[in-house]
Design a binder for this molecule. Structure first.
Ligand SMILES: [Zn+2]
Length: 269
């Protein structure tokens, strides 16, 4: 590959570096915002589950109390009827109905007890959670142990932090958007030039960048790849010096002579 073509991709690297540099001013804010948003969703969900559970329990308890009241009034009526029963058969039949209603009351009462026991168990868990938090033993804390009021205030805090970070990011984006736009245009233009003239090396470059290697093109420095410091075989030096490139056997980066970086600066974008 002739070194003029190589210069084009070095130019692309320089432009991409410039863009990376500007975007680095965002200092990981997009990732932080993403994490905080995940936290908001998870805390909100936990709180919703608890609220729904509580509402359902309340509704069920109301229904059960109502059933008990109804059964009691039936029993009263049956007892009244017993006083005017005409014979034993009629009296016994009413007794059976009373027994049935009494069983229903017991069942409903047992259900109410279960609901209350579950609530107590949850309260105990939350008490345990508070104790663990007081002792800084956060790693032992499970979701169930988080007291609802702590979750509530956590949600407020996380939302506040999220808003702050979003505002911070918004300001950075606003400050840099013109610059970013300009460089992005230059990159698009440069990419199409490289695409036309040196597609194989562009593919290699993209492959490295997509794999997370930002500095895909590096200088030969002290006979080594300056990306990973692996020594470049002597028999390749002359080729690099003449304007060729070497694919580092260790890190895969494209190693070129440093003068290409200087020359690339003067390439018209
Ligand atoms: Zn290397």
């Amino acid at each position: 590959m002739d070194h003029n073509k190589l210069k084009l991709i070095v130019k692309l690297q320089l432009l991409d570096d410039e863009l990376d540099e500007i975007l680095s001013e965002q200092q990981g804010l997009p990732e932080e915002i993403h994490d905080l948003e995940t936290d908001v969703v998870s805390i909100t969900k936990q709180l919703e589950i608890r609220k729904t559970q509580e509402e359902e329990n309340l509704k069920l308890k109301e229904k059960l109390f109502h059933e008990i009241a109804q059964a009691n009034s039936k029993i009263e009526k049956f007892k009244d009827s017993q006083t005017t029963a005409r014979n034993n058969k009629e009296y016994d039949a009413l007794s059976k109905q009373i027994e049935y209603e009494e069983q229903e009351i017991k069942k409903a009462e047992a259900q109410i007890r279960t609901i209350e026991e579950n609530k107590e168990r949850q309260a105990e868990q939350e008490e345990r959670g508070r104790k663990l938090m007081d002792e800084n033993r956060y790693d032992e804390l499970t979701d169930d142990m988080m007291p609802t009021d702590v979750l509530d205030s956590q949600l407020v805090d996380v939302k506040q932090e999220l808003d702050g970070k979003k505002q911070e990011l918004k300001e950075i984006i606003e400050e840099t958007q013109d610059e970013v736009k300009l460089i992005e245009e230059k990159i698009t233009k440069q990419r199409s030039v490289v695409q036309d003239q040196a597609k194989p090396i562009l593919d290699k470059y993209d492959h490295l960048r997509n794999g997370g290697v930002q500095n895909a093109i590096v200088k030969l420095h002290r006979h080594a790849c300056s990306g990973c410091n692996t020594y470049v075989p002597t028999n390749r030096h002359a080729f690099i010096l003449q304007g060729g490139f070497y694919s580092c056997e260790t890190c895969g980066r494209i190693v070129v002579h440093e003068r290409l970086f200087e020359e690339a600066l003067t390439v018209e974008a």
